[in-house]
Design a protein around this ligand. Structure first.
Ligand code: GLO
Ligand code: NI
Ligand code: NI
Ligand code: NI
Length: 403
């Protein structure tokens, strides 16, 4: 299909789970042993972590990485102190990128962990918090540009609410739109070329998150005139949290030319939270790769493993095995998807389902060139519609032949 497998599969390792994950959960203390990490908040420890991460990317053979400002460098007592810490670490990151050839798929700002963000960042009822988040994103964009980030992600960490009774939704969404406009303006001023991406998620940590799912975000962007400035980063575990099928938001975003990148992970169909597991399901990977092939690739986006190294993974080898297994899964998915498209059988079946729009009254509907009177007249001369068959099992059975 005109490109090498490596060009289609732009894998990326996330710094926050792989190098800041400790195995801690709401019920238990950290379990993971990282010999290079003394658990302290010092710059020296941050440097050791970063060096270890580049050793890992290189050994794994992955070309991209992703991070939040606050996972690579410690937050200071003031914004200037945090910025200074970040500059120190970004110096090292720049050297390591140059030395290894590993590139930055995207950077992002952590606007959700610090207590100041407990009621959100850009949607916080306190304007001072909005200002702080803006200042943090300004620095985040400068850092992203310096490191040659190909995208910049906004996951709306706590942009949402726990009670609709104390929340002015319209005001908060207006503020969120203002925040994006300011970020777009600064991006242009900087000359930063990375693509802005919003990552939808329906709940967790807030009970309701504004960036609920792909269509909600597309609606938000269009409502506020931001649809040409921002695309989407889809995480399938968030899609299933919203009650959709695994591939749903990938398909929806791509259908509207808004699929920018993928946080390639999975949940468990039987669990209701963001478990961030490594994707190991070939059927899911096949369907996702089919969408990516059809839209001509993800460039400048990629497949970022936003996946947790599990609490039980005390062995360092697990870090490798989990990433390698996930890469193998997508490689198989890519091969399957390529065969599906080359065979063209499933594609033709789907096209046939819509063939009545190719001529006659269907073609008029397609062209937006009809009236209700004309439709009534059509029904009167043609009678009851024929029923088109094509139940779900038929298509899933066809898909099975490629897995
Ligand atoms: C949380 C999200 C999170 C984002 C990251 C990038 O559920 O998946 O990990 O991807 O913060 O902003
Ligand atoms: Ni994510
Ligand atoms: Ni997530
Ligand atoms: Ni995540």
């Amino acid at each position: 299909l005109g490109r090498t497998m490596e060009e289609w599969l732009r894998f990326s390792v996330c710094f926050w789970h792989t190098f800041r994950g400790t195995g801690a959960d709401p019920f238990g203390f950290p379990t993971l042993i990282r010999p290079w990490d003394d658990g302290s908040n010092s710059l020296e420890n941050a440097r050791r972590r970063l060096r270890a991460s580049f050793e890992f990317f290189t050994k794994l053979g992955v070309k991209y990485w992703t991070f939040h400002d606050r996972d690579i460098a410690p937050e200071g007592g003031t914004l200037s102190e945090s910025n200074k810490n970040l500059d120190e670490i970004v110096d090292l990151a720049e050297q390591l990128q140059k030395k290894t050839g590993v590139k930055l798929l995207w950077a992002t700002c952590n606007l959700f962990s610090h207590p100041r963000y407990m009621n959100g960042a850009s949607t916080n009822p306190d304007a001072q918090v909005f200002a702080y988040a803006g200042a943090q994103v300004k620095k985040g964009l400068e850092v992203a540009q310096r490191l040659g980030a190909e995208n910049f992600v906004f996951w709306g960490g706590r942009e949402g609410f726990h009670s609709i009774l104390n929340t002015n939704i319209r005001a908060e969404l207006d503020h969120m739109a203002t925040f994006f406009r300011l970020a777009v303006a600064y991006k242009k001023k900087l000359g930063f070329k990375g693509v802005f991406l919003i990552e939808p998620k329906p709940k967790e940590p807030a009970k309701h998150q504004y960036d609920y799912d792909a269509m909600t975000v597309i609606g938000f962007l269009r409502t506020y005139g931001l649809e040409n400035e921002v695309k989407l980063n889809i995480e399938p575990n968030h899609t299933t949290l919203a009650g959709h099928a695994y591939e749903h938001d990938i398909v929806v975003a791509s259908a509207y030319n808004m699929l920018g990148s993928v946080d390639a992970n999975t949940g468990s169909p039987d669990l209701g939270w963001d478990t961030d597991q490594f994707p190991m399901d070939v059927r899911n990977a096949t369907v996702v790769m089919q969408v990516i092939l059809k839209q001509g690739g993800l460039q400048p986006g990629g497949l970022n493993f936003d996946c947790k190294v599990r609490r039980e993974s005390t062995n360092l080898e697990d870090m490798f095995i989990s990433h390698i297994g996930a890469m193998d899964t997508f490689a198989r998915g890519l091969k399957n998807a390529a065969r599906i498209l080359e065979d063209g059988i499933i594609v033709r079946h789907v096209e046939d389902r819509y063939s009545s729009y190719k001529s006659g009254i269907g073609a008029k509907i397609e062209a937006g060139n009809t009236t209700l009177e004309e439709l009534e007249e059509y029904v009167q001369t043609h009678g009851e519609p024929q029923r088109i068959s094509g139940q779900q099992e038929h298509y899933e059975n066809m898909l099975n032949f490629y897995l």
